[in-house]
Design a protein around this ligand. Structure first.
Ligand SMILES: CSCCC(=O)/C(O)=C/O
Ligand SMILES: [Fe+2]
Length: 180
């Protein structure tokens, strides 16, 4: 992402653009699939992912000014940099939005998530979410067991889940992750 503080809904690409590969995202623990969102209610491919990864809970969230209760408060909270103690698993079944995640040098990577994209952000990863200029996303939220949506806003460097995440990234990449 660029460093501009302009509207969070803009793409915020660097000039020139600096694309990030699926491999680089995988090294941060991000998992992605692309599915046929038109058949999300009866999709063997989605069922297989859910079964393989134990995602036995799901619900649907409609994020737009007209559909989300307490829209202003929630949209602000989604964009505060935070971690969760569990994976954040989202399947975009309509609309679009940006999931931002910090890389190993603490730079933001912006992941444009559109209809059919399913993404897992690992537990302990610093991230945030915003709608894009279309102002609408319909997403399936998945979870293992009873859902816990609590965000822990940065700084969380002493949080055991953050520490586990940092260790796992260090181990798999033999790289450096900047402590702040
Ligand atoms: C599109 S789902 C809303 C965003 C959210 O649940 C979250 O935790 C963002 O980090
Ligand atoms: Fe989150």
């Amino acid at each position: 992402m660029d460093d501009s503080t302009e509207d969070q809904r803009l793409p915020h690409r660097q000039t020139p653009n600096k694309p990030v590969s699926a491999q680089e995202l995988a090294e941060l623990g991000v998992i992605q699939w692309h599915l046929d969102a038109d058949k999300y209610e009866n999709d063997p491919e989605l069922e297989k992912i859910r079964k393989d990864r134990g995602y036995n809970y799901h619900d649907i969230i409609d994020v737009s000014p007209d559909t989300l209760p307490e829209y202003e408060r929630k949209i602000k909270s989604f964009y505060e940099e935070h971690i969760h103690t569990d994976e954040e698993i989202r399947y975009c079944i309509g609309g679009s939005g940006y999931f931002d995640i910090r890389d190993s040098q603490d730079r933001w990577i912006r992941i444009w998530t559109k209809k059919g994209d399913m993404i897992v952000l690992p537990a302990g990863s610093y991230h945030r979410f915003t709608l894009d200029e279309n102002n609408y996303i319909k997403a399936m939220r998945l979870f293992v067991g009873e859902p816990v949506w609590t965000p822990y806003n940065r700084p969380q460097d002493d949080h055991p889940i953050r520490q586990l995440y940092v260790e796992s990234i260090l181990k798999s990449n033999a790289g450096t992750i900047t402590a702040h």
